[in-house]
Design a protein around this ligand. Structure first.
Ligand code: A2P
Length: 273
């Protein structure tokens, strides 16, 4: 099993999650079932992925008690109001077949409609009522986080696209400054060009690990959580086998140096559902 990280509100979040985008319900149910059998205890989904039913089905098939699986899901822009967040929670619970959500995230800040502070207020109410264990955001920039913090609405998690070529130093610094846990999506990089980079390959050979394991280890060794997607049971197991080796400071620094400041595929200021 992956170790957990303690969020600001006290919830324990496993630092390795199964990402589920893009997969449909049937593929998701199979992937979740195999991941839980392999030892995953954190599944990441979203209203927008259209596969929460598959996540629920995979969890039920696993036979694991509900409280042994940490579920993250996210809601769309239409729910950025206190009442809307509650409606989104009810709908996600119904699709998942559960009565609590471990971590509920604002999927995108959608600054064009400027209602993410209302959405955060709705999340705080749900957490106070025990309907969710932790609250957070996704794709927030440092500016969005500063505005939320100024309003007294600090999320516990910010899930962002993060990999060695896109290390997002400004957002990560804002997360750290506010005690917000960072969760990396697409942690292997879309296309994974840097998996072939010597800095990764050298470390992989030195530790008898694969390049993907080295990159995922780099994430967790920086204190971040990661949510690699894989539908393949062999790669799912590979991506979880990170906790029996450690990268040296020199190996970490060589991978840090891969950040080329490349633009992200999705810009949080403009993109949204
Ligand atoms: P697959 O599902 O066939 O394993 P994302 O960047 O959204 O997290 O997606 C990860 C991509 O990398 C998917 O296409 C996934 O494909 C692939 N992948 C996942 N784990 C590994 C791995 N250990 N080595 C190589 N490719 C991987």
């Amino acid at each position: 099993l992956a170790p957990t990280s303690r969020l600001a509100g006290g919830a324990e979040m496993p630092v390795l999650a199964l990402g589920t985008w893009p997969m449909d319900d049937a593929e998701t149910a199979d992937a979740v079932e195999s991941a839980l059998a392999a030892g995953y205890r954190h599944i990441d989904t979203a209203e927008n992925y259209g596969n929460e039913r598959g996540v629920g089905e995979g969890i039920r098939r696993s036979g694991l008690p509900r409280d042994e699986v940490f579920i993250t899901t996210k809601f769309n822009r239409a729910h950025h109001s206190e009442a809307g967040v509650r409606a989104a929670w009810e709908a996600s619970c119904a699709r998942l077949g559960v009565d609590t959500i471990d971590l509920f995230l604002i999927h995108w800040p959608n600054p064009d409609q400027d209602r993410y502070l209302d959405a955060l207020r709705g999340l705080v109410a749900l957490r106070d009522e025990g309907r969710i264990r932790a609250l957070g955001v996704s794709n927030f920039t440092a500016a969005h986080l500063e505005r939320a913090a100024a309003a007294g609405l600090v999320p516990e998690v910010n899930q962002i696209q993060l990999d060695p070529e896109h290390s997002q130093p400004r957002v990560q610094a804002a997360n750290r400054a506010h005690g917000i846990a960072t969760v990396a999506y697409s942690p292997l990089g879309r296309g994974g060009s840097f998996l072939d980079h010597p800095a990764v390959g050298d470390a992989a050979r030195a530790h008898g690990k694969t390049p993907a394991q080295v990159v995922l280890r780099w994430h967790v060794q920086h204190g971040n959580a990661a949510a690699p997607k894989s539908a393949n049971p062999v790669r799912q197991r590979e991506n979880l086998a990170l906790f029996d080796f450690a990268l040296s400071p020199e190996e970490m620094a060589a991978i840090d140096a891969l950040d080329v400041g490349a633009p992200l595929q999705h810009d949080a200021d403009t993109f949204g559902h």
